[in-house]
Design a protein around this ligand. Structure first.
Ligand code: ZN
Length: 317
């Protein structure tokens, strides 16, 4: 009998990443294709089914080898009822996504938001491996967060746990997408870095707005304003991490998202800022690490969610 597998699906605003993954964590085969969310959820489900069949053929697995499907997407979800309340980047509202998927794929479907899924992926196979408690913080357009305790996503009572991006770090600060002011993500996301660069008059070599990578390059070349902008971001992020770590006392904090490509230029000052904002016994027992899975974290986390769901259902794994 061939090994049992799951389908892990990471639904991004631009691309869907899907993979057939064995229960032991081996990626058998993977694909990335355009989301085309504007075609609507029904067409999305149809395309996913087509890709799933192709992936199965490539992997050499049989349909009967597939235990379940895990799906991660950005948005406000009712995980218990398998419902998308609002997925801003897909422009979808009130979609019974789990029902649609199970009618098409005829498999158990497990759903969670992208930040939780990425955290689960990093905790399973990435920088958070072998930790009892992992806080994963993704620096992108916003600041996403996910908490994994003893290998399981911690969701809280209404699946809002881990929303570190909306901790108020600067009362009365910049307006956030959530409608409040001074949330961490208005000061420490990749978008915030670019905005601060604009405020400091930083430019890309071509004369346009400097992106995050260019701001780090300018700082490395000795540009004072660029160095200051990065320090400002790191200061705010350290405040947010300090609050979260004092509360959770995690053994690993994993920083994900494109900014991590800056390597030590981000992580070294961030470790100092974190240490300045967390209790000594908290930061001394916590490793602050860059994510290692990159854009594969969501796909692998979704696969892990599917495996855990199937294990709960069958109590066989
Ligand atoms: Zn907010």
């Amino acid at each position: 009998m061939s090994e049992q597998v799951v389908l892990g699906v990471d639904v991004g605003g631009t691309n869907v990443k899907a993979a057939i993954v064995s229960v032991s964590g081996e990626v058998m085969t993977a694909v990335s294709y355009p989301t085309d969310a504007e075609d609507g959820p029904e067409r999305f489900v149809q395309r996913l089914y087509e890709q799933f069949i192709k992936l199965l053929q490539k992997s050499g697995c049989q349909l009967t080898d597939v235990l379940s499907v895990g799906v991660g997407l950005a948005g406000f979800l009712d995980v218990e009822h398998g419902y998308i309340e609002e997925a801003v980047n897909l422009h979808w509202r009130n979609v019974a996504i789990v029902q649609l998927l199970s009618e098409s794929l005829h498999l158990p479907i497990y759903l969670d938001n992208d930040a939780n899924i990425a955290a689960l992926g990093e905790a399973w196979q990435g920088a958070g491996q072998n930790a009892k408690s992992v806080l994963c913080v993704t620096l992108g357009t916003g600041v996403g967060g996910g908490i994994v305790l003893d290998g399981q996503i911690y969701r809280g009572v209404s699946t809002m746990a881990g929303e570190i991006g909306h901790i108020t770090v600067k009362p009365g600060g910049p307006l956030c997408n959530c409608g409040r002011h001074g949330c961490l993500e208005t000061l420490a996301s990749a978008t915030a870095l670019v905005n601060m660069g604009v405020a400091h008059g930083l430019h890309s070599p071509s004369g346009g707005t400097a992106n995050a990578e260019e701001i780090f390059a300018l700082a490395k070349a000795g540009h004072r304003d660029a160095q200051q902008v990065i320090q400002e971001l790191v200061n705010w992020l350290g405040v947010g991490l300090g609050i979260a770590a004092n509360l959770l006392n995690p053994d690993k904090i994993v920083i994900a998202g494109g900014l991590v490509n800056a390597g030590d230029a981000l992580m070294d000052p961030l470790r100092a800022s974190f240490a300045a904002n967390a209790l000594q016994r908290v930061y001394r027992s916590c490793e602050l690490l860059p994510a290692t899975l990159g854009s594969r974290a969501g796909m692998l986390g979704a696969a892990r969610l599917a495996i855990q769901g199937a294990a709960l259902e069958n109590s066989v794994l």
